[in-house]
Design a protein around this ligand. Structure first.
Ligand code: PLP
Length: 848
């Protein structure tokens, strides 16, 4: 018997003493850049040549024998590389940046690396990729989130495939973060104060601040506010969001890190807008509407879900309890508060909608793919009742992924110094084979260790040694197991799938993974069906379901699979990002046309005619045949049937024969990979995404913010006064008459349009009048409208209340053309840009 060991009551990390020439290693180890930065990984790999893959480099340092460290300190090349890596890390962050503004990015979760379990899925991984790319580009950005002691749940499967959940403890002192030495941040939570400490995580050049309520001075129930990610009931959720939004702004203030622009990643951090309004009222003497204008001008809101159930809603009673002090300080009543989270005309006792507040308290808003932009404009159209859906001021920036994080070493190596088109086919194939073999090893290890943990004997688990085949084309599917993602679509006709799996001449294999939300019974049932299919003895070597999907598994999968499968029910996939990660690794996407794939799929428009992947159910898929246009069909089952058939067709007639080299088409698998890499690599990176945010949202927000805040916020005051005036007078604004010669004209010829407009007391300079022209539809509607600015006919100081406006429009469409005129308020303080300033107010008067 081993003697009983004493168990520790407290623990700490002890740093080794590093020789002077390589002290920089400590800096490199403390910064999470090592998780994606190959040169840094190489340095730590060399400290202990026996550990090929770097775990936590702080442990590597702690475990390193001092003789080894001395040896490295004497190695000039090593010392130089340490100092290069440190310099690159610090370099541009201190040297100033090309960006003339700073941004605070708020998100409820961050998925930086598997060992920081502060994420549940896509939203968190996206947030982390945003930070990583922003750092690479030296965008001055600070990030704010919560530190969850127990993170998100882990998934364990019972023998019958039912999901069980359990939580792990994250000891903050053992994680790569440091406590910031400031007084605790205080936030009022329904009459009590909660104290928050602040942790700092360094993600490349970007600092991430995480707020943590687990302090001894807090009452027990409040210590638990940051216990779990998305845990607890609706009140718990409200408290978390209060802490994130309000506490986050206060923490930035305490850190001296108040930014120019605030970016809210989904609605959960939206209360930051309320805190900013309050501080402007207290600190700068603005009234509520002035402060609101100032806040909106510098706020960017990104919506991520077209699923209404995905939006937080809080009952009025809770809002009243948690925000009555705030309302009092801001000089508004509870109805006024509730209106921020309501659509127009919504009853004031309806729950408070965080996405609606996000829209109302931001001037700059976006969805996360072109298609999701359109869906969002429809979803939130009620906030701009007189604005045509296409012009609802919500734009889009398509999501992207951090290439250095997600590209595997094999394919990165093959692509180094060359372009996909010039790649040696053999080099790419070898890279893919190696990455696939690595995935197969991971799968076998995971299956075996989970089996052992579940009490199986090694002999019962012998089959795992030959689970999957490193040479067989591999399809990956991994994501949250929610009903609308339809993970079980492939099981619609299990015999058809079994036939593919059991082929001895042209086999194919599948790897599935994903967690269902603990409260989602339908999602859990989907997991159970997949697991039970995977457990069939005839399937288990070709079809596996892996437990506890996380970033590490995601990395192996996107790097090792040949085909990435995605089967959402359109249009419910906002973007999706896993297929992008797979594409960077040379995998081919096989997906429903939704989210990012809707804009990036190319059926073969290039000179070679090779497609860059496959679209399930699309006309013009690589077969060239319409395999069912399920979109728009009301009946979900029918859609599933059509999509499933399309999926089987593509697998049987495209994927399998192409991979095995027996397809009789004009291209082969290598061509597909090249086409996918060439067309997708430039479009799917987080760099492209952050560029989009910087150009279309951050930059105009910073500019408008300056305009409104200069001279003690005189712009915000003027704008608030103008908006009030415009609203008051708006009823009197009328377009009397639109006149135009209606005789037949030649295409391309000019035609005059005149309008008589009653301004109701507004000055001509306070409005803009526009002619709207386009195709005339059967019901008299104008489709594909073009907007032409109209000019005041007789500019003068006092043109009287009825004004005449003119424009020359081009007869730009053949056939029937329609023309109308509209008026909108106009002020330099409304800003312009992607989400048009004048439309933002939602005051549009159309000719009757
Ligand atoms: C990329 C990623 C996601 C996001 O997947 P979607 O394709 O957006 O559904 C979720 N979880 C992990 C671990 C990831 O790496």
């Amino acid at each position: 018997m081993t003697p009983r060991q004493p168990s520790a009551r407290r623990s700490l990390t002890v740093r080794p003493r590093l020789p002077e020439p390589i002290v920089g290693l400590a800096t490199l180890a403390d910064n999470l850049r090592w998780t994606w930065h190959a040169p840094t990984r190489a340095l730590f790999g060399e400290i202990d040549p026996h550990t090929a893959i770097v775990g936590d480099p702080r442990t590597v340092l702690a475990d390193a024998p001092s003789a080894r460290l001395e040896q490295l300190a004497a190695d000039e090349d090593f010392v130089q590389r340490v100092s290069d890596a440190v310099e690159e890390l610090n370099g541009e962050s201190t040297a100033g940046t090309p960006f003339g503004y700073s941004v605070a990015y708020f998100s409820p979760e961050y998925g930086i690396t598997e060992s920081m379990a502060q994420y549940s899925g896509g939203l968190g991984v996206l947030a982390a990729d945003h930070l990583k790319a922003a750092g690479d580009m030296a965008v001055p950005l600070v990030a704010v989130g919560l530190f969850y002691r127990h993170g998100y749940f882990h998934q364990r499967l019972t023998v019958d495939g039912w999901q069980e959940e359990y939580f792990e403890d994250n000891d903050p002192h053992a994680l790569p973060m440091t406590e910031v030495a400031i007084d605790p941040i205080l936030v009022e939570v329904a009459g009590r104060d909660i104290a928050l400490r602040v942790w700092r995580v360094d993600v490349g050049r970007i600092p991430l601040y995480l707020l943590d309520a687990d302090l001894p001075q807090n009452p027990e129930d409040l210590r638990l506010v940051t216990d779990r990610l998305y845990g607890g009931d609706v009140e718990h959720r409200l408290r978390q969001e209060l802490v994130l939004g309000v506490g986050g702004v206060r923490a930035l203030d305490a850190l001296g890190a108040m930014p120019t622009v605030f970016h809210t990643n989904e609605g959960h951090a939206g209360f930051l807008g309320l805190e900013r309004i309050r501080t402007l009222i207290k600190g700068s003497g603005l009234d509520f509407s002035e402060a609101t204008q100032a806040v909106r001008a510098t706020s960017v809101f990104t919506t991520h879900t077209p699923v209404p159930a995905g939006i937080d809603r809080f009952p009025r009673e809770l809002m009243e309890r948690y925000f009555s002090t705030w309302a009092l300080e801001c000089g508004i009543d509870i109805d006024g508060l509730m209106a921020l989270g309501h659509e127009p005309h919504e009853r004031s006792d309806r729950p408070f909608n965080m996405a609606v507040m996000g829209m109302r308290l931001s001037r700059f808003r976006n969805g996360v793919s072109a298609k999701h932009g359109r869906t969002s404009r429809e979803m939130f159209a009620s906030l701009w009742p007189d604005v045509p859906v296409d012009e609802v001021p919500i734009t889009h920036v398509t999501n992207g992924v951090h290439a250095e994080t997600w590209t595997g070493p094999e394919v990165a190596g093959a692509l180094e110094g060359t372009t996909p088109g010039d790649l040696d086919p053999q080099a790419l194939r070898t890279a893919r084979d190696t990455a696939r073999a690595r995935l197969v090893t991971t799968v076998r290890d995971r299956l075996r260790s989970r089996g052992l943990a579940a009490g199986r004997s090694p002999s019962e688990l012998r089959w795992t040694e030959s689970a999957l085949d490193p040479k067989v084309p591999t399809v990956g599917f991994a994501r949250r197991m929610a009903t609308h993602k339809r993970a079980a679509l492939l099981l619609e006709h299990p015999d058809r799938l079994r036939a593919m799996l059991s082929s001895t001449t042209e086999p194919i294999q599948f790897v599935f993974a994903g967690k269902a939300h603990p409260g989602d019974e339908a999602g859990k049932e989907m997991v159970r069906r997949l697991v039970s299919f995977a457990n069939e003895p005839t399937n288990r070597n070709r079809f596996v379901f892996l437990e506890d999907y996380d970033i590490a598994l995601a990395r192996s999968m996107v790097q090792g699979v040949d085909i990435w499968l995605n089967t959402p029910m359109a249009p419910l996939e906002a973007s999706g990002t896993s297929g992008m990660k797979a594409a960077l690794n040379g995998a081919i996407n096989l997906s429903v046309l939704d989210g990012w794939w809707d804009e990036c799929f190319d059926p073969g428009s290039g000179p070679s005619g090779t497609p860059n992947g496959w679209a399930i159910s699309a006309t013009g898929s690589a077969t060239g045949a319409a395999t069912g246009t399920a979109t728009g069909t009301a009946v979900q089952d029918q859609r599933a049937e059509l999509d499933a058939n399309s999926l089987y067709e593509i697998l049987e007639h495209q994927v399998i024969p192409l991979f095995h080299g027996t397809a009789e088409v004009g291209h082969d698998w290598h061509d597909l990979m090249v086409r996918s890499l060439e067309t997708l690599t430039p479009r799917v990176t987080a760099r492209r995404m952050v560029d989009g945010y910087a150009e279309h949202l951050y930059e105009p927000a910073a500019a408008l913010g300056r305009l409104l805040s200069d001279d003690d916020h005189s712009g915000a005051r003027d704008l608030a006064a103008f908006v009030e005036r415009a609203r008051d007078l708006w009823n009197g604004v009328q377009v009397y008459e639109v006149s135009m010669d209606e005789s037949v004209g030649e295409l391309g010829a000019p035609r005059d349009v005149r309008a008589a407009v009653h301004l109701g007391g507004l000055a001509p300079s306070e409005v803009q009048v526009q002619a709207v022209v386009g195709h005339l539809g059967a019901g008299g509607e104008i489709t594909d409208p073009q907007v032409v600015q109209m000019a005041l006919e007789e500019p003068g100081d006092d043109p009287g209340d009825v004004t005449a406006w003119t424009a020359q429009v081009e007869l730009s469409v053949a056939g029937r053309m329609g023309v109308t005129v509209r008026v909108m308020p106009q002020s330099p303080y409304l800003g312009s840009g992607t989400t048009s300033g004048a439309l933002d107010l939602g005051l549009v008067r159309w000719a009757q």
